[in-house]
Write a protein that binds this ligand. Structure first.
Ligand SMILES: Cc1cc2nc3c(=O)[nH]c(=O)nc-3n(C[C@H](O)[C@H](O)[C@H](O)COP(=O)(O)O)c2cc1C
Length: 293
């Protein structure tokens, strides 16, 4: 029996995200086991940017719950993610976990290519901001194979299913998890399916999901987007992950060779300004600001 992991990006018990994940699960056309993971239940510390996880055995030096979440994703055969819009973006629990993503590369074999669907849930129609992008980015960065994503609206717990269309959306998401991929109907990036773009200049755009650039033009009243691959992909293929990791590892050598040049640049700023301190004097990474190099 396949194991499905439902990832809930909201602290609200039996809120819209939780019931959406469970409704998608109910729609699966084969018997599966549902495991649930509420991201806000886990102690996920900020990444320290030490890059240690890229070396040795690939473990992170922070002793929190990050690896529990990685292991739960790795143990699943498929993922269902739902996250709420908070201030026009996906709930911070998603990003907090993603910021630890350097540690995901050493779990590549266990993570790569799991079928996944994602739902962005916003309380006010049209006020989802970048929530869908956050949901899709999460699934891509945990190296999943995104089969379909949706935005649905509902503010009060349960409100999403006052609208029958949202149950139909859940059924469609369920159908695509192990079945046919459902591409977006609106114009989107032909490489990754992202539909959020930054305008770079006349006719040029960058896809905010895969970061590749290209052109946008109108053809018979429809926007046509063409995007070209760059030479640094995050991550259209498994090899892209290995290449990116190798590039990061190479940065260590580059840093070592430039260290003496870089040091005086930073040290020049050491005494500038005074720091506002938290109540506790140690930072979340256990270092006193006064001791910081
Ligand atoms: C702090 C906070 C910020 C929110 N920001 C937005 C927002 O920017 N846009 C929006 O449409 N809804 C916003 N909402 C509403 C939630 O996205 C909505 O209620 C959603 O259904 C919550 O999912 P849940 O029940 O799983 O927690 C916000 C809710 C909270 C508590």
């Amino acid at each position: 029996m396949k194991k499905v992991l439902g990832i809930v990006g909201s602290a609200r018990r039996l809120g819209n995200c939780e019931i959406m994940v469970k409704e998608v699960f109910r729609g699966l056309d084969q018997p599966c086991e549902l495991r649930l993971l509420r991201l806000t239940d886990f102690r996920i510390e900020p990444c320290r940017g030490c890059y240690a996880c890229l070396f040795k055995d690939g473990t992170c030096s922070i002793g929190d719950d990050c690896s529990v979440v990685v292991d739960a994703i790795a143990a699943a055969d498929a993922l269902i993610l739902a996250a709420p819009a908070y201030f026009l973006g996906a709930h911070s629990s998603l990003k907090r976990f993603l910021d630890r993503g350097l540690a995901f590369y050493s779990a590549l074999d266990r993570l790569w290519g799991k079928p996944a669907v994602g739902v962005a849930i916003a309380g006010v129609p049209g006020l989802e901001g970048s929530t869908l992008l956050g949901v899709e980015n999460f699934l891509k960065m945990v190296l999943a194979d995104v089969r379909q994503t949706r935005v649905v609206y509902g503010a009060m717990p349960g409100e999403i299913f006052l609208n029958e269309d949202n149950r139909a959306a859940a059924r469609s998401l369920a159908g695509s998890l192990f079945g046919t991929r459902v591409p977006k109907t609106a114009p989107c990036c032909p490489l990754c399916g992202g539909d959020t773009f930054r305008f770079l200049g006349p006719g040029r755009v960058r896809c905010m999901l895969c970061s590749n650039a290209g052109t946008i033009r109108m053809e018979n009243g429809t926007a046509v987007v063409e995007i070209e691959k760059s030479d640094h992909q995050l991550f259209l293929t498994r090899q892209d992950v290995l290449d990116h990791k190798a590039w990061l590892v190479g940065m260590k050598e580059r840093f070592m060779s430039l260290r003496k040049t870089l040091k005086p640049i930073t040290v020049d700023y050491r005494k500038e300004g005074s720091w506002v301190k938290p109540h506790q004097t140690t930072t979340s990474h256990g270092q006193n600001e006064d001791d910081a190099p």
